[in-house]
Design a protein around this ligand. Structure first.
Ligand SMILES: Cc1cc2nc3c(=O)[nH]c(=O)nc-3n(C[C@H](O)[C@H](O)[C@H](O)COP(=O)(O)OP(=O)(O)OC[C@H]3O[C@@H](n4cnc5c(N)ncnc54)[C@H](O)[C@@H]3O)c2cc1C
Length: 475
């Protein structure tokens, strides 16, 4: 009797165990879901998280800072002569139809492009595109028309030279594959411009667009410079500022991705990844700053190359390649130095670009855009730390960020192509996304780069997102 009972109990226990075994391991989607790590919570990383969570994936996003946003951080503060707090974006702060279509699609998708969410304004500098293929440079002024270029500059010969430059630039813009790796200097040697026009007008403009110094700009990619100009295009002559801040928008999208995924997304805020290594089972082992190790099927790097190089230091082919990208360090300051002390000699170099003591360019970013909303609040792109300290000491600083801006030379573009090739050899299990992976770094290209990664790994899911955000298909 006892043996009989024991037999049935044992049978019962075994069936329980095997049921829990089946339950745990043969669960519907969980066992098949691919594990994806996304490193970096800027626009690119957040977009990748949003895209992949809609499929059969377990996504873990790691962001080293406490808040998502990356370069597009938003500063919230109370200026002296204001009654309440205001928001100023430390990175990009305005967007327009034409150059930012994927971004606008995404805002609309989350219902973040309502009238009360944006302020519309006319820019001080823009490239007006009559058609997609015809970028036209416009000079400062709110009344923008294609004719402004012809009539505004006081010097007639300069304005004619500018017109000639725009025509030549337009032909490169419309035929980008003709000579993708040509430098600014090489381009000028093929075109007949006077050295005064070259050095006092066009090169300063190109340098400001690519954040290169005057000394560097000759070696910068001409195509990239021209695309930077064209990116300032306005289809309907209107730029928009997000009232809540572009950085805040990224936080919202991150939150929505978490909510939509119903547990399939984990966002680790304030947790830097320090290493990624391949395992014997063709997986990738990720170590975070707390020493916690996790395994993933795919790792998507949404950081800049210099950061990815450190994380992949055990993989010589990747780290050697990634560490060759060149960057400039810049500070972005939001301040109230209306005395324009950035130009000790009082010279305005070009539009709202000023020279510093070394002859490097400082670009007062979207001066008009911020001034339009908040009187006496300025945002400047500053290359010297001493200037930040001076602003701080004089009580003129509201906030600043440190930013590594890529200097896009032809070598940079070749390196980009090699990184893509190496990623292909790794079966896209290690992928690189981010504004920098496309030719021209913007919020929009950050989103698109995430979409390209999705297309490589899951074309069906990519098609589904293409229906929701149609401008993603325009590439
Ligand atoms: C002043 C300024 C003006 C700009 N103007 C414009 C503009 O007008 N229009 C436009 O489209 N673009 C503009 N840009 C560029 C735009 O901001 C970038 O293209 C875009 O923000 C890049 O997003 P990203 O996700 O690729 O990279 P990032 O925003 O750089 O995100 C990378 C993230 O990775 C995180 N990270 C790094 N290392 C680690 C690690 N080890 N572990 C975990 N996380 C890590 C970083 O903290 C960061 O959050 C501007 C940028 C600046 C600074």
């Amino acid at each position: 009797m006892f043996w009989k009972k024991l037999f049935f109990y044992t049978l019962f226990l075994f069936s329980l165990l095997s049921f829990s075994y089946i339950y745990t391991y043969a669960g519907p989607d969980a066992s098949e879901a691919k594990r994806i790590a996304v490193i970096g919570g800027g626009m690119a990383g957040v977009s990748a998280t949003l895209f992949f969570q809609a499929g059969n994936y377990q996504v873990e996003l790691f962001e080293k800072e406490q808040a998502l946003g990356g370069n597009a951080r938003t500063l919230r503060f109370k200026p002296d002569d204001h009654d309440s707090e205001v928001t100023v974006d430390m990175g990009p702060d305005s967007f327009a139809y034409g150059a930012w279509n994927s971004y606008i699609d995404l805002l609309n998708y989350f219902d973040l492009f309502k009238n009360e969410d944006v302020t519309a304004f006319s820019p001080s500098i823009a490239i007006y595109k009559e058609q997609k293929s015809r970028p036209i440079l416009l000079l400062p002024g709110s009344n923008i028309s294609p004719w402004t270029t012809l009539i505004h500059p006081s010097n007639v010969s300069h304005s004619l030279s500018m017109l000639k430059f725009i025509t030549q630039a337009r032909s490169l813009y419309t035929n980008p594959k003709a000579n993708p790796y040509e430098t600014v200097d090489q381009w000028f040697s093929r075109h007949n411009f006077s050295s005064s026009v070259e050095n006092t007008m066009v090169k300063p403009l190109l340098a400001s667009m690519t954040n290169a110094t005057l000394a560097e700009v000759g070696g910068v990619s001409m195509l990239h410079s021209i695309q930077s100009l064209a990116f300032r295009s306005v289809w309907d002559r209107t730029f928009y500022i997000s009232n809540i801040g572009l950085g805040e928008v990224i936080k919202i999208i991150g939150k929505k991705a978490e909510e939509a995924a119903k547990g399939n997304v984990t966002i680790h805020r304030g947790n830097a990844v320090i290493a990624v290594e391949k395992t014997a089972h063709n997986l990738y082992q990720l170590t975070d700053q707390n020493g916690v190790v996790r395994e993933f099927d795919y790792v998507i790097f949404a950081t800049h190359p210099y950061q990815a190089a450190k994380i992949l230091s055990s993989n010589k082919s990747f780290s050697d390649l990634l560490s060759q990208f060149k960057y400039n360090r810049t500070y972005i300051a939001v301040h109230k130095d209306v005395q324009e002390k950035f130009t000790p000699n009082g010279v305005r170099a070009f539009y709202n670009i000023r020279l510093n003591h070394q002859g490097n360019f400082n670009l007062t970013m979207n001066y008009h855009a911020i001034n339009y909303r908040y009187k006496n609040v300025l945002k400047s792109w500053i290359s010297e730390r001493s200037e930040i300290d001076r602003l701080k000491n004089e009580g003129l600083l509201y906030g600043y960020t440190e930013y590594y801006h890529p200097v896009v030379t032809p070598k940079f573009l070749k390196l980009q192509a090699s990184v893509k090739e190496l990623s292909k050899q790794e079966n896209h299990q290690i992928t690189f996304i981010g504004g920098w992976t496309t030719l021209f770094e913007t919020q929009d290209t950050a989103i698109r780069s995430a979409y390209l990664a999705l297309k490589e790994l899951d074309p069906e899911l990519a098609a589904a997102w293409g229906e929701r955000l149609p401008s993603l298909l325009e590439q």
